[in-house]
Design a protein around this ligand. Sequence first.
Ligand code: B12
Ligand code: SF4
Length: 717
Amino acid sequence: MHFSLGLTEPRSPEEVLGVLDARWEGRWCSSLARDQHVLLLGCPTTDITQPYHSLSYLAGSLGAASIPYAVRDLNIEFWHYVASPPVIEELRQECLTRGSKESGDVRAVLYGYAALLENRQQYRDAWRVLRQRTTFFDLSHYLPAVHRLSDLPRLLTLLSDDCVYRSFSSMSPPGSEVDNINLVKLRTAASRGVGIPVVDAFHKHHANKIAEQSPCFVGFTVPFLSQLYHSAILSNLLKRRGCHTVVGGPIAAKFYKYATTPSALEALSFAFDLLITGEGDSLVRDLPTLFANRVPLQPALTNTVDLRSPRPITGLHFENVNDLPAPEYGIWDYDLYASPEPGALYSPTRGCYWNKCSFCDYGLAMNGPTSPWRVREPRKVVSDLRAASAHAKFFFFSVDVLSPAYARRLSEALIESDVKLTWMADFRLEKSLDESSIEIFRASGCKGAAFGMESASQRVLAQMQKGTVSGEVPRIVADFKRAGIPVQLMGFVGFPTETACEARETLKAARELSRDAATVAIGRFGLTPGSDVAAKPEAYRVVVNYQNNGHPAIPWELQWKHIDDSPRAGDVVTDHELLDLVRGFPFPFLGATTTLHSLLHFSHCSNGNRRVPRWSAFGLDQEDLVVIPAYVVLGEGKSGAALVQSALTGRIIDTHGDFVKLLNSYFGRGWVRWRGQEVGSSEVARCLTEHSLALFMPWSELTDAEQAACSCTSARE
Ligand code: B12
Ligand code: SF4
């Protein structure tokens, strides 16, 4: 842990929890002294680099009404706990115990992890690297630290009973089936716990502590699916101890929106009393009185479902964002986050001014792609940010999209004010983003812009009802680049009716755009139940194959095929071609779209967009390269085989021992410089790329310190 632990290091998991408790209680002692305070929690697992802001808004609202409250980010505390030496030791013992009962590859992987965990300090050290400016901005320290920390979620997948953690911010909860989330399986698994004693001890500890503090209710925010499982485990324990519990956030809203009938949600009452289906700024102020007076809850409130007998909501309320009190950013303990500078999310607008894209199925809207468009007056935004900038200077304007006209007004207001900060936001690729607007964004502190380009085919864009012009994209990206604002582009292949030729067109454009854009990420289309495509499948020439297997379940990403049975065009694009474009480590680290680490690196480098290493040597074969190993050898597999895990995807490949010897001969001393002409013909380069075992960067993009960290060798040696 980076923060001070006092004179003695904690020697047991209980002592680690004690240190974290003391730190949090010290900050919130006056609220805790008041019986019937509201307790707001964020649970694992999500971003470890900055806090999520829904609770800043709810706290601002409670504070303005003088309702006592406390806020705790158990996500960040959880990962500090897991990374601490005493917990690492428990996890190592768990690997050994389980390994002794297994055979074959499973045994080898468990023993491989046990060997990896022998260095109990390394995770805390890696965390420290991300906290210090000098090491954070030196890729020869930064990348190995992220690589090391990425072991942790994967280790939990290996040891947990039923869930798959892909990264800190991506996890499938138990009950995830082909196209739905089975609520009965989720309930069974969450009532039982994760199945790793030292992890379950974390939840029990907090359930006991919170119950002792007797809050009026405990509110869980669940913006990301990856947080659902731990929230349900803790909330279930709290209910068993007599606490009232409420769940809100986009996932709660999606559960209501997607449920085939509200009564299916009753299965969640094992953990939560109320589910909030929309914005909660006003609502959160009404809940304490209702809980205190034991009023029948649902009839009295909009945006609320009483899970004990779920019925359709009485109404969906969207706030007037100009009337909201300022969000409260003093609630977070910024020293806990894995970044050298504090970062924060802030929403100057809510909803989308376009609100038509047929694949879009965002957040809190029930009858359209996303919420109605609302903007907060720039004057009020500047005042909110002035207060917030006492805590953080790097902001994501956390929005569906910012309109160019509003972004310009806001930038002008920031320039005129005394508020100096760095910001980034999501925009649409609008023609009206001209050089003069972009220059005003830059002058107000904009250091990043993310765009959904979706497709390069104008016909497919029309089918998506995207309303943007593909031919404008290179110009807009180049203008932003010229202004020193790195661009992050997102798109996807496989939209209904897209032809193979159109999918290839997108890929070709993406490759070309990646010369100017800082990152380009192309994924595959996923059909979600609230989109226009799901609502009118025949209009998009598809059939949806959702079949409930009889259990209460929430339809999630739906299976579909074309009416005429033709194969999906997106399938002609291989995973490799998509991975060729990917840069950096997965979310929330450098390279991922709209993350604090990307923003900090963009702000640090004068030319911003040139220093994000790639997953592939594709297109770099004329340059000298640095090859950065990103794998872990987990041990011997069957008969002389070896198990090697990608630090980028987490996939384990069963390979031969000779390949590991070869890897070790290259990377035994760390980073390696390769002469460009040799890379294209190198079998090793192909293998590293195919299995995502390394990152690649042009040698010329390294700083002197980073170059000094490399040993020189040749791809042919
Ligand atoms: C902005 C945004 C981001 C940005 C934020 C930074 C930026 N660039 O601006 C970032 C980059 C963090 C981001 C990342 C991701 N995002 Co995103 N994001 C959003 C988005 C568009 C807006 C969220 C927002 O700012 N809302 C404004 C705040 C104030 O509202 P709120 O959080 O909903 O909170 C209100 C209510 O929900 C309610 N409420 C919330 N909690 C509680 C609790 C209680 C007790 C009560 C009473 C009320 C209550 O009251 C709050 C105040 O009104 C939403 C979609 C949407 N429109 O909601 C998707 C959304 C949350 N993201 C989503 C996803 C998938 C992701 C990523 C996984 C994408 C990826 N593949 O990388 C990552 C993962 C991030 C992580 N931490 O793990 C999904 C989540 C669904 C899911 N499957 O998990 C959403 C819902 C979009 C979607 N696809 O449907 N995202
Ligand atoms: S995809 Fe973006 S632009 Fe389209 S409706 Fe959704 S939020 Fe708006």
